[in-house]
Design a protein around this ligand. Structure first.
Ligand code: ZN
Length: 273
């Protein structure tokens, strides 16, 4: 539960989810503006959710709460709904990481109402984000799915691939895939690359990570050098893969995503800049 009163100098925002979208102010600004925290307490549409407020972030000058309306719509002419990807690609008046965290919590709460072990109703744990079964003591936490993403270079070229979801935009990107049970990150890098494009790697180095709330991935980025093999795409997840000269790249992801930053970093590794 949030504190009863919040100092007036604080930035106070609330993230309201309705279905799979975020409630934002309905105005013509270039920036997505989220509702003020006070709206949670005052708005008649939200009064039924007062006991379901989830605190997302608290800092000395910052307080972000979340309410999930689940499938209900939010009927107020001053507000509209925006997609998470649209907010990520645009800009919002709060840091996107809070929205990403809130969405992962909302999805967790939606999908863990009942115990996966015995089927009893679960309850919210008061002091941590978890659901607990009082019948069999099973406790669950928000799911985080580790994914590796890797930029591969060879001499002055970068290996980029087109996934089956990206044919309409003709987008080429780095390779990525979920880490499997019992696998290290490095093993996952080798396996995914071999499965998707059939090449071997060497000199794998960690780059950076990025939470990716679609729906609950943690992208862990690596750079690597080509070690051998001819490109042979799997034809399922990957439809095409090619070596591109670092200075003549196709349509690639923006630097908002770790894929875009991995490609930029690889260009620098190739040029030594
Ligand atoms: Zn149970």
């Amino acid at each position: 539960m949030p504190p009863k009163t919040v100092p007036t100098h604080m930035i106070k925002k609330c993230i309201v989810f309705s279905q799979n979208q975020v409630v934002v102010h309905n105005d013509d600004q270039d920036i997505f503006k989220l509702p003020q925290w006070q709206m949670l307490q005052d708005h008649p549409e939200l009064s039924a959710y007062q006991d379901q407020i989830v605190t997302i972030a608290v800092a000395p000058d910052y307080h972000v709460n979340m309410i999930d309306l689940r499938q209900a719509t939010f009927d107020d002419a001053d507000y509209v709904s925006a997609g998470l990807r649209d907010i990520l690609m645009g800009s919002a008046d709060i840091n996107f990481e809070y929205i990403a965290k809130a969405w992962q919590y909302a999805l967790f709460l939606r999908t863990h109402q009942f115990c996966g072990q015995c089927g009893a109703k679960m309850r919210q744990v008061g002091w941590e984000m978890a659901r607990h079964c009082d019948v069999c003591q099973h406790r669950v936490y928000p799911r985080v799915s580790p994914c590796i993403i890797v930029a591969i270079r060879h001499e002055d070229k970068i290996l980029l691939a087109q996934g089956n979801r990206h044919t309409s935009t003709n987008l080429y990107s780095t390779l990525a895939g979920f880490v499997e049970s019992g696998e290290s990150l490095e093993q996952a890098v080798h396996r995914e690359v071999m499965e998707e494009v059939g090449v071997q790697l060497k000199n794998i180095e960690y780059f950076d990570s990025q939470p990716w709330p679609f729906p609950h991935s943690l992208m862990m980025g690596f750079v690597a050098e080509y070690a051998g093999g001819d490109i042979k795409v799997d034809g399922k997840e990957i439809l095409d893969a090619q070596w591109f000269h670092y200075n003549a790249l196709p349509n690639i992801p923006s630097k908002i995503s770790i894929a875009g930053r991995l490609i930029e970093h690889t260009q620098k590794l190739i040029t030594g800049s």
